[in-house]
Design a protein around this ligand. Structure first.
Ligand SMILES: Cc1ncc(COP(=O)(O)O)c(C=O)c1O
Length: 523
């Protein structure tokens, strides 16, 4: 079979690709220009035929609307086309490798989706009598048992709905435990490389946050931590593996030191995907740890929610876990422990995180993923995730600076800095260049402890061929940034929109459509 060489070829030069007549529509074949929804149709158009409104006396008085609502008027096909066209301008894990570090963008198996859509799970009412929803409660319970076994922790709170929500749950348990022993500690210690949600959560839970510095090799400075521990420290919050993509080898010593000083240990388990089946945080002295189901157990990410962030708890914190939770009796019947039923058995709970049981659609997906992999499959997944990240790190450390390259193998993420780029070239230029190469950019400028950080998390789902193609793309963009290729400053050239003014977009975002807002934005 021969290749039809009359079409587009990857080896075509940039000038060959850009050249071509300007089109009348602004479209470029399947790359369709799309106006705002307000600019399509008009307010007199509707998608449905309604009978004329009957004349009824208004009852709103002075509250009656005096001007048109200003909603866009579209027929059904116009609305469908608008959103379908927009969706084609999105990048997605179903389109290609999604290197966003700290986000674990892995393939979501379709089996999960099939299971989550079973009407017996999808159509349940949260107030259905317990006797009629034994299967659903069984799913929540069984998933909880897996999470306990995988982390080596004796208890789990299933209801938090995101990683950050789980952090809050864990800190509220810690707060309740300290209050129960009459201990009014005020400070939470957080490493300077932590995800922003850690200090934010600690502050939200009413604590003062203090930073712990990192050592040269990117890990928590144990000596500095020990010096700061004292009777005012409520907890230490450690991310492991950390946001520099490194395993905190001193975790057990950190936990022992914290416990000896009367503090509790929170572990940010967002990066659990790197160690599942290999390390049990409970063995390292952790008291509370959230697990982002949407990262490790392949449930969809949902733009800050609805995710799911169950929190595993030590025996010291279990009595303070939130309600409601599911319990299984000796006959295999599931019960819901709520305020009315908690009694002395669970009287110390700090309260509720959410109205009901958590994110059922995520529980079904995560359990389907776990059962289809089995314990050995999960262990292989974490091994492959780490192998893939090290492959990326070592394939690019000759062209990009790897600040912790000498600290040994990385875990799930390969971290690079902007050191060595040509004068005036930045991490942002590399990110924009990657868009032209057909990739979503890696995470940039995080963690803050690395100048111009580029954090790449390939995950275990990428094949060697996919990794090689990505590495080739990033290598080419990095070489252009080092050589000072001015064309890179103009990237992206091929995206639906060219480079935006990031400062203006952050400082003066125009989020609602108004005629005047468009004029403002154009200024
Ligand atoms: C290290 C770390 N901690 C916490 C979070 C917060 O998780 P979520 O976005 O589910 O609230 C994230 C999110 O990516 C993370 O990477």
């Amino acid at each position: 079979m021969t290749i039809n060489e009359s079409g587009w070829r990857p080896q075509m030069s940039m000038s060959e690709r850009v050249a071509g007549p300007v089109t009348a529509t602004g479209n470029r074949a399947l790359m369709l220009e799309e106006p705002l929804i307000f600019e399509i149709g008009g307010s007199s158009t509707t998608g449905v035929d309604l009978p004329p409104a009957p004349q009824v006396p208004g009852r709103l008085g002075t509250l009656a609307r005096k001007s048109p609502v200003g909603l866009p008027g579209l027929s059904e096909p116009e609305a469908v086309r608008h959103y379908t066209r927009l969706s084609r301008q999105n990048y997605a894990i179903d389109l290609g490798l999604f290197p966003l570090g700290s986000c674990t963008m892995k393939h979501n198996p379709r089996l999960n989706e099939k299971v989550a859509r079973l009407p017996g799970f999808a159509d349940l009412h949260p107030l259905a009598p317990v006797a009629t929803v034994q299967g659903a409660l069984g799913v929540i319970h069984e998933l909880g048992e897996w999470l306990k076994a995988l982390t080596g922790m004796p208890a789990v709170a299933m209801s938090p709905k995101a990683g950050a929500h789980g952090e809050l749950c864990g800190l509220l348990c810690i707060r309740a435990a300290l209050e129960a022993r009459g201990d009014a500690r005020q400070v939470v210690l957080v490493p300077e490389s932590a995800h922003g949600t850690n200090p934010a959560t600690a502050a939200f839970a009413g604590y003062r946050v203090e930073n712990i510095p990192a050592t040269e090799d990117g890990r928590v400075d144990l000596a500095a931590l020990e010096r700061r521990l004292g009777p005012d420290i409520a907890a230490v919050m450690i991310t492991n593996p950390n946001t520099c993509g490194l395993f905190e080898r001193d975790m057990k010593n950190i936990a022992d030191a914290a416990h000896a000083a009367g503090a509790l240990v929170y572990c940010d388990g967002a990066n659990f995907n790197a160690i599942v089946g290999r390390v049990r945080p409970g063995d390292l002295g952790v008291d509370a740890m959230h697990i982002n189901l949407h990262k490790t157990f392949s449930t969809p990410h949902g733009g800050g929610g609805p995710g799911s962030g169950p929190v595993v708890l030590s025996a010291a914190l279990a009595p303070f876990a939130p309600l409601p939770f599911v319990e299984r009796d000796a006959e295999g019947v599931y019960h819901l422990i709520e305020e009315e039923t908690a009694g002395e058995h669970h009287g110390g709970s700090f309260g509720r995180m959410v109205a009901f049981h958590g994110q059922m659609g995520m529980f079904t997906r995560a359990l389907a993923y776990i059962l289809s992999h089995g314990a050995d499959g999960l262990r292989q997944a974490s091994g492959d995730a780490v192998l893939n990240a090290n492959y990326v790190l070592r394939s690019l450390d000759d062209v990009l600076d790897a600040p912790f390259g000498a600290s040994g193998p990385c875990m799930h993420e390969a971290l690079f800095s902007d050191k060595g780029l040509a004068e005036g070239f930045t991490t942002l230029d590399i990110a924009k260049g990657l868009i032209d190469e057909g990739y979503h950019p890696m995470t940039m400028y995080f963690p803050l402890v690395v100048h111009g950080a580029m954090l790449v998390e390939p995950t275990e789902t990428e094949s060697k061929a996919a990794l090689d193609q990505f590495i080739g793309a990033l290598r080419s963009v990095a070489e252009r940034a080092k050589a000072g290729d001015e064309a890179l400053k103009g990237a992206p050239w091929y995206a639906p929109r060219r480079r935006l003014d990031e400062t203006l977009a952050a400082r003066r975002p125009v989020l609602a459509w108004r005629e005047e807002a468009l004029d403002e934005a154009a200024e």
